[in-house]
Design a protein around this ligand. Sequence first.
Ligand code: AMP
Ligand code: ZN
Length: 466
Amino acid sequence: MALSLFNTLSLKVEEFTPSDGRTVRMYSCGPTVYNYAHIGNLRTFTFNDTLRRWLRYRGFVLNHVMNITDVEDKIIRKSMELGIPMSEYTLKYEKFFLEDMDTMRLEKPEKIVRATEHIHEMVELIEQLQTKGFTYDSDGSVYYRISKFPGYGKLSHHDFSGIQAGARVDNDEYDKDDARDFVLWKARKGQEPAWDAPFGAGRPGWHIECSAMAMKYLGDTLDIHTGGVDLAFPHHENEIAQSEGASGKPFARFWIHCEHLHVDMQKMSKSLGNIFTLRDLVELGHTPEALRFVLMSVPYRKKLNFTLESLQGAQTSIDRLRNYKLRIQTDKLAEGSNEAVTKLAAEALAKFEASMDDDLNTAEALAAVFEFIRETNTMLDQGQFFEGNRAAALDLLARFDTVFDILEVKVAAGGMEDSAVEALIAERTAAKKAKQFSRSDEIRNQLLEAGIVLEDTKDGVRWKRK
Ligand code: AMP
Ligand code: ZN
C-alpha cells in the first residue's frame, strides 16, 4: 500500500504524493510564543516531526514552513504589563521553544518565519481581498465577509448558510456556533504596538498571518497543511476563505490534524492550568526520549491521556530496545546464518513500513519491531542467531530509528564522547591485565560518574549510558 493520510477536507484516508511528484510543500501552524510550550503542544509538533521523517523515508524532499506567532492579544497584554518591547518578550519564549524542539529531537522545518516580519505580505493579501469584494471596514478595522465565500465550512463540515450576515467578531478564537465575519486587520487601541497600513494604523488578525506566509513561501496550493485539531475551526477555515478568496485556487490538498493530549480526560491547556512542560518532566527525572516515545506511541488521530506512569513504561521500552541493539552488536555469534531470522526481519520491516504508510500507525509499527525483538532474543538465547543475521537485525533497528529517533543516547553538553569512553575502557583492560587493580577500579568509577555503566561479559567489556 502506498503512503496514505487522513484528510480532514475529505474525511477520508487518501493516497499521498506531492503534486510535483518529488517535493512536499508543507505548512504547519507554529507556536504562539507567550509562555513555555506544554507537552500538549509538543504532541502536535512531534506529530509534524513524525510526518516529516516518514515523508523523507518514502523518498520525498521537504519544503516545510512553520510560523512563529509573535503578535497577538496575550503577547501584547503580557509585554505591556511588564513594560518591555513585544519582541523582547517573544524572543525569549521563541528561544525556549527552539531549545525544546532540539531536546525532543524534532527536526527543524526548512523555514521558521515570524509573523511580525511579514506584516507587509499580510497587508497586501488584505488589499487583494478588498479588491475582490470580500471585506468591509468598520471603525478602522477590516473584516472578512464570510457570506461572500461559498466554500465557508468545507473543512469543518459545518453548514453556515443560516448565519447572521454582518455580525462580526474581533477575537481570534471562537466556536462554530459563534461563526461571524472575522477580523483581518485590527485598528490600534491605546498604546498597543501597531503598523501603518492603507486602512489605518493597526495590527493583523491571527488568521491572515498563516495565509500570507504559507502562500509567500509555498505558492497558492500547498501539498499539506497541519496543526492541532482545535485549529480546524475557525483558524484553518478562515485561512481557506482568505487564501482561496484571493487566489481562486485550492489552498491545501491535504489538511492533517493531530488529536489532543489530555490529562485526566481533559484537554491540556494553559487556560485550564493542567499543564506540564518538558522542563517540568526533566526536573522530575524523566528523559526527553521517554516523552518522545509516549507521544509517538499513540497514533496521531487518537486522543492520548497523559500520565507520569506512561513515561516510566516508555523508558523501560527504550532500555529494552537499546539493550537489544547492544546485544546484537556485541554478542559473540557462531558463523553462519539462520533463514528463519532473515524471514522474521523481512516480515517485521514490511509490517513496520505498511503500518507507517497506513496514516502513520505508529502503534502498529512499534509492535512489529518489539515482536521481532522478542522472537530473536529467544533465538539468541538458544544459539539460533548467527553472525550472518546481525546485519538484518541492525538494519531494521536503523530504519526504525530514522523515524523514532530514540536509540542513540545523546551526549549532554560537557558529557563524555564515545571515543573518550572507549579509550578509558582500553586503559582499564590493560590495567587489569597488568594487575593494577586500583587503577582499573578508579577508571570504572570515573566512568560511572560520567553516567557510563560497564559490564564485563565473556565476550569482553560492554558499556552503556545510564
Ligand atoms: P499554540 O502555541 O497555542 O498556538 O499551539 C501550538 C500548537 O499546539 C497548535 O497546533 C495547537 O493546535 C496545538 N495544541 C494545543 N493544545 C494541544 C493539546 N492539548 N494537545 C495537542 N496539541 C495541542
Ligand atoms: Zn496557522
